[in-house]
Design a protein. Sequence first.
Length: 213
Amino acid sequence: MLPKDCAADVFSYLPIDSQEQIITNITDKEINYIIEDLYVDDAVDLLDELPAIMVNKILNNAKPETRKILNQFLKYEDDTAGSVMTNEYIDLKKKMTVIEALRKIRKVGQNKEDVYTCYVTDSSRKLEGVITARELLLSDDETLIEEVMDDNYICCNTNDDKEEVSKLMQKYDLLSLPVVDKENRLVGIITIDDGVDIIQEEVEEDFEKMAAI
């Protein structure tokens, strides 16, 4: 009954049993609307919880490029940074000017999970620095990104333990954290909402152990 853009947002907050019931009862076209509008990390969380037959149904109704991305993210172990990251980030090049960077943010930002921190990469996707939207807004239009970016950044690896990653975000008050592979290529980011979810999961697990559940 909801407009498709709103439906995907609401869907991502529903408990898994409600999500499973909806997927079972809607049309293939409606499944496509939802899976294409979900952020990658929310879609991966959904696929991790559903039975294999339903996962296949969803992937079969996704666009080929979406299916490729989801399959890539599903290969990471459950307790790693790779399993909770998203690829919904904004990447910039260091030879861009500030005004060129702002134009790109306006153009693609609507579909990105985080527009507050941008990541500077080279032609091989290797991470070279980070820059915040605040720094861009306070810089002169013709300033080059390499002049104002921070190349002393904090990042994690795809195989790092997700609990340790959440503690890192908490320690440095990060809204998002870049995730790189062993060649230092940027493959995704972990946003603060997922970091909080990880901390909450760990606290609940600790309480369950204390109560001998």
